[in-house]
Design a protein around this ligand. Sequence first.
Ligand SMILES: *Cc1c(COP(=O)(O)O)cnc(C)c1O
Length: 461
Amino acid sequence: MIPSVDEIISLPQIKKHYENTTHHNIVECIRNVLEDSRREIIHLSDEQISQYHLSMEKILLKIDEKLIEKRTMSLRSVINATGVVLHTNLGRSPLSEEIKDALWAVASEYSTLEMDVNTGKRGSRYSHIESLICELTGAESALVVNNNAAAVTLMLSALAKDKEVIVSRGELVEIGGSFRIPEVMEQSGAALVEVGATNKTHLRDYEKAITENTGALLKVHTSNYRILGFTQLVSTEELVKLGKKYHLPSLEDVGSGVLVDLASYGLSHEPSVQSTIAAGIDVVTFSGDKLLGGPQAGIIAGKKEYIDQMKRHPLNRAFRIDKLTLAALEATLKIYQEEENVIKRIPILRMLTIDKDELYQKAQVLKEEIIRTVGKDFTVKVEQSFSQVGGGAMPLEQLPTYVVSLQSPKFTVNQLEEKLRRFKRPIFTRIHKENILLDVRTLLEGDNKNIIDALNLISNQ
Ligand SMILES: *Cc1c(COP(=O)(O)O)cnc(C)c1O
């Protein structure tokens, strides 16, 4: 039953593929498709064989699909209808549209990456961004590495290798992807000294643990969990004071790194980087792609004498960020520098602070569009629900939102979820009971059209 490669390659339907790819790729793809058919046939019973029909149409369709798949980027844009704003698996923060040109100019042309245009001599890649970070946070000096995990590792290696670092037992954080404070500490060559209890740590616990081997005092923001009830943690101010008394650097990993006061928009309070610096901390580290809304990066800010030690450390070279990240980060921070409408211009801040009426309107618009185009094939409703901040930030925050819920008489909820997820521009949704939920909070401009296209395709299946 199986045709030969030659037979297929001479068919007129194959001609069109030569516009997009090479002869070699086409032949390889035909071989793969034929091999798949051979394997399918081998596993059929005699009875199944007698009813089996391998049509040329089916083969050609598979060839089309395979060749398209080969051309499609594996890493590509998707629609996030989950309502999880900082979805780590979907790339955390989408960048602001405004920074597009700055990013592409640096990416596609030569740049001032390590060149001082005033002297014509070699410059530092960090010079572009250091003063900007200092201006925004109030720090004396700053450095940027690949991510916050690298920032914490570098900070501990440079400042406390072969020394003891005191941390509260309530702050031995694990972040997804095997970042654990005790293990990072071990890698950096510093020895962890745990103090206090899980729920309560007092300043005297830190003080009692200080010895001549102590290298630093560390605070870690419990970004992705909260200990509630009978609790106490030492404040940044108190830790700073203790550090000063014993001439020890006070360090803090604040995790998300917010630069704006989100509490004034009704979200729970997260310590801002500025307030941590103002409290007198010697070094603070935070992520670029969490609540800051920039690219993946680890930002280190603080006293010059400590930042200088990190700049000179060999790990700094291993953790250094590339020009694309630098361009995206500088452009994002410039939005903060202008202050005007930061909340509107940084996509994740816009999503987190969007008001309920607007969410309701967005949900109504999507619902109407679905009903207008494919209404006969789905049951469509607007319902209230909750979105999440995600990205290991504000774990208790429940953001009231509106979702469009979908049901199909033809497909189960799991089938519908899979079909949407496997659309050419994948759509990620939530399943709740027997419904697919599309949370409009995390939808970006133009996403509605893609959702309609996908539903159109699905209803024609
Ligand atoms: C997220 C987080 C990290 C890890 O940051 P990445 O930028 O993902 O490497 C470290 N510490 C805390 C407290 C965090 O919240």
